[in-house]
Design a protein around this ligand. Structure first.
Ligand code: SF4
Length: 447
């Protein structure tokens, strides 16, 4: 299969050459294995910088090339220090061999957790592959491990640290791997918002014993925000259980404030019959989030103005083009996509939903998927009997997931072998305790 990195490198090369469209395809690869982009618009990526190695961009302002490149990065976001030249100058083959050797020497003492959106060169070394919560649960259920190397982004490593034992280290191979969506809600902004909501609504329950507002945060948020929800009668959700969690919240509150992904909040609430008018958007830099008192009083779900830059790229136009090019195509998308895209699709759901839909598809089916391209390409690889392709006509992976390069994994594992623990992610005890409250409420919530 043509990996995403090969597609990126080919796209960058094409920018400076006269190579004909499709020239990067591996000889012999079947045409249906190419992303739709290669047929519809030619081979393109969202930035030639994607072809560069991450350490060249780690110390620059912003998230770097990829889907989050336009998003502002918080000034206090962690930065990765320089990587020794023996790693940055190593060939792909050498890095691979060093990772394999270090992993074997470390044995069960160290487990590698790989997110679905990681590049194949990383996923092939992972002991567990999954979404952020599945991987945090994997950390919790392996008390024998001394350390977890979390090939994902910062908030995921925090959740793994919260759920794992106190003596187990959780390591993020590259500290520059944040998440632009999680960074769109800082704890200071959330506390400011809460103060304004408490001023508007007070804290007294109504005649049915329901709180004025229940805070709900998506897993993709900082530990500080999860802890805030735990302290204030709130809860965490994933993209798999968002509806169950909202139902839990409405049994206890008159309305919800939903952090940080407006699209998951809106799509879930719409499916429950809540109207757009009842879902004001909270813009953190404006008084009352840019809303009137009346709009807030009539609200059911107050949506934080955050989004995932990967899933925001999907459009109704892409769906129409896929349907025109592949009559009978089934379109499935992630609920972090905008509401119009979810409505135009045949189905929407979490990564697990998308995986199950593809597993259940009849041989010969054509499926267009609206989620991160590394995962979509891997699903195609695992299901050669199907045609699976990414709706996005541009090869544009998550900027921050992309920061976990094999060189960082090799450096992390060899540091562990040498007795050092690099890039350990530690959540303070009080924050971890309150976060656990919100996570446990989620695990106990029932449909
Ligand atoms: S895919 Fe979106 S939500 Fe996931 S880490 Fe990247 S920016 Fe964050």
């Amino acid at each position: 299969m043509t990996s995403v990195n090969e597609l990126i490198r080919a796209a960058a090369a094409r920018e400076t050459s006269t190579r004909p469209p499709g020239g990067a395809q591996k000889p012999g690869a079947p045409a249906h294995r190419r992303p739709i982009a290669l047929r519809a618009t030619g081979l393109t990526s969202c930035g030639t910088g994607l072809a560069e190695d991450p350490w060249t961009i780690d110390r620059e302002e912003g998230y770097g090339p990829g889907a989050s490149v336009e998003d502002p990065i918080p000034g206090d976001a962690p930065r990765q220090g320089p990587l020794p030249a023996e790693y940055t100058e190593a060939s792909e083959e050498e890095l691979h061999a060093r990772i394999v050797a270090a992993k074997e020497a470390l044995g069960d003492r160290v487990r590698i957790l790989g997110h679905f959106y990681q590049r194949d060169e990383i996923v092939q070394h992972a002991d567990f592959v999954g979404d952020s919560f599945m991987l945090a649960q994997a950390a919790k259920s392996h008390p024998e491990a001394e350390a977890f190397v979390f090939c994902g982004v910062h908030f995921m490593a925090e959740t793994a640290d919260i759920l794992s034992g106190p003596d187990q280290a959780v390591i993020l191979p590259n500290l520059a791997a944040g998440c632009s969506m999680a960074d769109m809600a800082t704890i200071e902004q959330v506390e400011d918002c809460w103060r304004e909501l408490v001023f508007e609504f007070g804290v007294e329950p109504d005649a049915q014993g329901r709180q004025p507002v229940i805070p709900v945060t998506y897993m993709n948020s900082s530990a500080a925000i999860k802890a805030f929800c735990g302290r204030n009668g709130g809860i965490v959700c994933t993209s798999s259980n968002a509806r169950t969690v909202l139902e839990w919240a409405f049994a206890r509150g008159q309305r919800v404030v939903f952090f940080p992904d407006q699209h998951l909040g809106r799509n879930t609430a719409k499916a429950m019959g809540i109207t757009e008018d009842e879902m004001p958007l909270w813009r953190p830099h404006l008084p009352l989030g840019g809303n009137t008192t009346q709009a807030l009083r009539e609200s059911k779900v107050i949506l934080w103005n955050g989004f995932c830059s990967v899933h925001k790229r999907f459009t109704v136009d892409q769906i129409e083009r896929a349907r025109a090019e592949f009559p009978g195509v089934r379109v499935i998308v992630h609920p972090e996509c905008p509401a119009a895209v979810v409505e135009a699709a045949d189905g929407a759901g979490s990564t697990e939903y998308i995986r199950k839909e593809i597993e259940a598809a009849a041989p010969g089916s054509v499926i267009a998927v609206g989620t991160e391209i590394n995962l979509v390409n891997r699903l195609q690889e695992q299901h050669p009997e199907l045609t699976v392709f990414c709706l996005d006509p541009v090869v544009c992976p998550c900027s921050t997931m992309y920061r976990i390069h094999p060189a960082y994994l090799a450096w992390t594992l060899e540091s562990l072998l040498a007795g050092e623990i690099p890039n350990r992610i530690v959540v303070a005890d009080d924050v971890a305790g309150d976060s656990r409250v919100a996570l446990e409420r989620m695990l106990a919530a029932r449909p």
